[in-house]
Design a binder for this molecule. Structure first.
Ligand SMILES: NC(=O)c1ccc[n+]([C@@H]2O[C@H](COP(=O)([O-])OP(=O)(O)OC[C@H]3O[C@@H](n4cnc5c(N)ncnc54)[C@H](OP(=O)(O)O)[C@@H]3O)[C@@H](O)[C@H]2O)c1
Length: 294
């Protein structure tokens, strides 16, 4: 199997380089070797390698900055998946693409299913949803994984930010009224690999489409931060903030340019049933990553 991977230096891209190697020859590209803002660059990369599978974790992920850079966010998150899809359709290749909980407004009280109405509240969410639709419209074989609250050993993320701030400050305020599931880049990469393998077999009718892919369980950003900080303290990491000085605050007390969903919980039943998978609790994967970071 020949696999073309974009965004190899991102959190998920980095883990995919490791995991996809189990399936065949991986050509891993970065911004210099495949610039998703350039149609020519994308088409040339695909035509040069003629992959059987295109895996596209690269994205414009600066959620707040996207509010003032819609053109770039749209080119990378919406137009690029369409171009990859067009090239894949020509080759008969499978496209594995990634999306987000931000396609929902977060106003429901339950876990979101793949069939729920999408109403993104931010430019980032709108461009990611446009990418989902544009890829599907090309007619290429495809799987789209929507995930949430992604972190990993490689790259910048909430876990590393909390460890840094907890080492610098005596008090911290963290939003407590947004709930979701922290999901490790390694879990996303491992599940992607199993799904690609299954889709390379015969009798795959009905298996393509959108899937929610997150760790099991749920938490708030505040509880998540406390878990990270206490783990760091137990491991002897420099932590200045006292356990009772990590204060829960409301979203309205931490204004950001982009609106975030209050409920980011994604229902993974469809993925688990279709591929016979178990998705571990968020704490297990988080502790594994913390062991590597600390
Ligand atoms: N992070 C989250 O919390 C989260 C939550 C839900 C869904 N997702 C989705 O999951 C996927 C992976 O996210 P992630 O956290 O791994 O993202 P990430 O760490 O921010 O990595 C994004 C990658 O995209 C690359 N990229 C950006 N612009 C590019 C361009 N013009 N051409 C080529 N490459 C470009 C970046 O390259 P450079 O290294 O050169 O900047 C980087 O390697 C994305 O589709 C994202 O939307 C993420």
């Amino acid at each position: 199997m020949r696999l073309l991977l974009t965004g190899k230096n991102g959190q998920v891209g980095f883990e995919l380089q490791r995991a996809l190697a189990l399936l065949g020859d991986v050509v891993a590209l970065d911004r210099l070797t495949c610039d998703l803002e350039s149609e020519v660059s994308i088409r040339e990369a695909v035509r040069r390698f003629e992959p059987n599978v295109i895996v596209n974790p690269a994205a414009y992920t600066a959620v707040d900055k996207a509010e003032s850079e819609e053109g770039r966010a749209r080119a990378i998150n919406a137009r690029a998946p369409a171009i990859l899809g067009e090239e894949a359709a020509r080759l008969g290749a499978l496209v594995v693409h990634y999306s987000t909980d931000y396609v929902f407004d977060g106003k429901t009280e339950r876990f979101y299913r793949e069939t729920d109405a999408t109403t993104p509240q931010s430019i980032y969410g709108k461009t990611k949803l446009a990418g989902e639709k544009a890829l599907a419209a090309t007619g290429a074989r495809h799987v789209i994984f929507r995930s949430s609250w992604v972190y990993g050993v490689h790259g910048s993320n909430f876990v590393k930010t909390m460890l840094r701030l907890a080492g610098e400050r005596e008090t911290l305020s963290v939003v407590a009224d947004q709930i979701g599931a922290p999901t490790s880049a390694a879990l996303i990469a491992d599940v992607s690999t199993l799904v690609i393998r299954r889709l390379s077999e015969t009798n795959t009718a009905g298996l393509e489409g959108v899937y929610h892919l997150v760790a099991s369980g749920e938490t708030s950003w505040h509880e998540y931060a406390c878990h990270v900080i206490e783990y760091g303290r137990a491991k002897g990491h420099v932590i200045k903030v006292a356990p009772d000085a990590v204060r829960p605050i409301a979203t309205e007390d931490y204004p950001t340019p982009a609106k975030r969903p209050a409920n980011s919980r994604l229902d993974t039943q469809k993925l688990r049933d279709a591929f016979g998978l178990t998705l571990p609790d968020w704490r297990g994967s988080l502790d594994h990553v913390l062991e590597q970071i600390l």
